[in-house]
Unconditional design. Structure first.
Length: 143
């Protein structure tokens, strides 16, 4: 892909529009990505790289990780609605893991966590909901 071009990327049935601009005066390229169905920008700031190919690869990683985090959130929300009605879910992330905790009348004694390595290697969504459900059953504290 050359600078100034657009490309459609499909991930887990969702369509994204990748736009690459550059190089700028510092010879850096910038990539922006928008979810086509909603028009929502996926990141607040552009992803930067030394070449169009570099920035494209980096943005694909960003898309993969953000969509994975959203899928984790969807699954946690579904289990929380089932087992902890009225609770809201807080999702946090750091270099090691994505963690889910509950707010409201229900609490988790231990936050549910998905190691970042698992997300980066390709999250197995089919196994996620049973894992979340088992974790909630083991650590859920009633109101």
């Amino acid at each position: 892909m050359t600078a100034g071009q657009r490309e459609e990327i499909v991930l887990h049935g969702r369509r994204f529009l990748l736009t690459i601009e550059g190089p700028d005066s510092a010879r850096r390229f910038s990539a922006y990505v928008q979810e086509i169905s909603t028009g929502r920008m996926l990141t607040r700031n552009p992803v930067r790289g030394r070449s169009a190919d570099d920035v494209r690869d980096r943005m694909q990683q960003v898309i993969h990780n953000l969509v994975g985090i959203e899928r984790i959130q969807e699954e946690v929300l579904a289990v929380a609605a089932e087992l902890a009605p009225g609770a809201s879910v807080d999702l946090t992330e750091d270099a090691q893991a994505i963690r889910a905790e509950l707010r409201g009348p229900w609490k988790l004694g231990v936050p549910f966590a998905v190691p970042r390595d698992e997300l980066e290697e390709g999250l197995n969504v089919e196994s996620l909901r049973p894992r979340i459900r088992e974790h909630f059953r083991s650590h859920l504290r009633p109101p």
